[in-house]
Design a binder for this molecule. Structure first.
Ligand SMILES: Cc1cc2nc3c(=O)[nH]c(=O)nc-3n(C[C@H](O)[C@H](O)[C@H](O)COP(=O)(O)OP(=O)(O)OC[C@H]3O[C@@H](n4cnc5c(N)ncnc54)[C@H](O)[C@@H]3O)c2cc1C
Length: 398
């Protein structure tokens, strides 16, 4: 494993200096020089337009993999806080690490993020790799992946988990490709078999679950859907070791420039993945206007409105409302499915809800197989009746 500068090709342009997040490259006498701070993250080789920097990584199948230790979670931040899925992954990492006798690592990148360390420790992190820099405030694939690749090359964890969010789905493949590793995307189950990570995910349109292991490479890497793992109850007495990662980020050499970050979520409104109650509608709703009765129910009970893919494809609801395999995975305390048949692709996105209520006029609809409470009947009679009754009861309670 090593890094070389091909002197004949190096022009001393300095792109590699800008790209290196660890300040390990300098140009002397018009040639790049790389010092001991190099983590083999690969950012300089990617930036070089002349193929003058060569990184040799070990052929993993011939390597002894026993030196890889630690179950890591990449921590995604959201607004002022830690995204819930990161805490879920820390919970899962803790279970896996307990079984393997390894430590739980949390990788936290950003600007002024040290304030989150106590929360990460409380949720299971034993070691927190903390890289702070003003230029890490916005997520850039290149900067974040370079730092992660460097950390992984240096510390050699056995497992790295990423949230299957937009960010995680962008970052994890880049890290895997740079380090020449595999990646299992969108896992819904993780366990240990014969010391290896057994990664389960739906395949063939959700009709089967595929179990994937990675015997020949480390770390084993997976993205994991939000709301399928459980976060641990926080233990505020827990402490973590904090490993400060010195970084020096220059955004000038990047291929992408972020000019503005626009949130499509209204301030104060929680996303479907985070609400406690969802009223969802399917093809049985008939049209977009009819969703008003579901919105009313969600308003009365304080929740959000979801939809099946059929309702979204019909243009009755926005894509961001879709629950299921190609939509969101949700896990509210109460999920009320109205006019949804409950095909497997819908179920995989909501079956971990604490309580499921189904309203459907077909008593044979598959949704009833997973529902805790089923109401067979016409939703256009049942939902308005529920709305009236809830309004009356809740009003009385005030
Ligand atoms: C690769 C792939 C990915 C997919 N991803 C998703 C996904 O992410 N999410 C998703 O939802 N689907 C997904 N699907 C589609 C899925 O297979 C189903 O087609 C879809 O979920 C059906 O939606 P539905 O239940 O609303 O409609 P239908 O299956 O048509 O069911 C409508 C239901 O409404 C009931 N109904 C009708 N009128 C009334 C009434 N007045 N009162 C009460 N009940 C009534 C009917 O009895 C019926 O059960 C995917 C499919 C594929 C192949």
């Amino acid at each position: 494993m090593g890094i070389d500068v091909v002197l004949d090709k190096c022009t001393g342009c300095g792109l590699c200096v800008k790209a290196c997040p660890f300040a390990a490259v300098v140009v002397k006498d018009k040639k790049a020089e790389i010092d001991a701070r190099c983590t083999l993250c690969g950012a300089c080789a990617d930036a070089c337009k002349f193929e003058a920097i060569i990184i040799q990584r070990p052929e993993q199948t011939t390597e002894d993999l026993s030196g890889y230790k630690g179950v890591w979670t990449f921590v995604e931040l959201h607004g002022e806080g830690i995204r819930k899925v990161s805490l879920e992954l820390l919970g899962k990492s803790s279970d896996i690490a307990d079984e393997l006798g390894e430590k739980v690592g949390a990788v936290l990148l950003g600007r002024d993020t040290a304030r989150h360390c106590d929360g990460l420790a409380a949720h299971g992190a034993d070691v927190i790799y903390l890289a702070e820099h003003e230029n890490l405030e916005d997520y850039y694939t290149q900067t974040y992946s370079a730092i992660l690749c460097g950390l992984i090359s240096n510390h050699r964890p056995s497992i790295v988990l990423f949230p299957a969010t937009h960010l995680g789905r962008d970052l994890a493949p880049r890290v895997a490709a740079t380090l020449g590793l595999g990646l299992t995307a969108d896992c819904t189950g993780l366990s240990i078999t014969e010391g290896m990570l057994l990664q389960s995910r739906p395949a063939f349109g959700g009709n089967i679950m595929a179990d994937i292991i990675c015997p020949g490479a480390r770390p084993q890497m997976a993205t994991v859907r939000p709301n399928v793992m459980k976060a641990r109850e926080p233990d505020t007495g827990r402490k973590a070791e904090i490993v400060t990662v010195p970084v020096d980020i220059d955004l000038k050499g990047l291929d992408v420039v972020i000019k503005d970050v626009v949130s499509t979520v209204t301030k104060g409104v929680k996303s479907l993945e985070e609400v406690d109650l969802i009223v969802s509608g399917g093809r049985g709703m008939g049209n977009s206007e009819n969703f008003a009765i579901l919105e009313e129910l969600a308003d009365i009970l304080g929740g959000g409105v979801g939809a099946s893919r059929a309702a979204v494809d019909a243009g009755w609801r926005p894509r961001s409302d879709q629950v299921g395999q190609t939509g969101k995975t949700v896990s509210p305390r109460l999920y009320i499915a109205c006019g949804i048949s409950g095909k497997i692709q819908h179920q995989v996105g909501m079956k971990s809800s604490d309580t499921i209520v189904a309203i459907n006029k077909d008593p044979e609809a598959p949704i009833f197989e997973i529902a805790d409470y089923g109401i067979v009947g016409d939703l256009f009679e049942i939902v308005p009746a529920l709305n009236e009754e809830f309004k009356r009861t809740l009003h009385k309670g005030k």
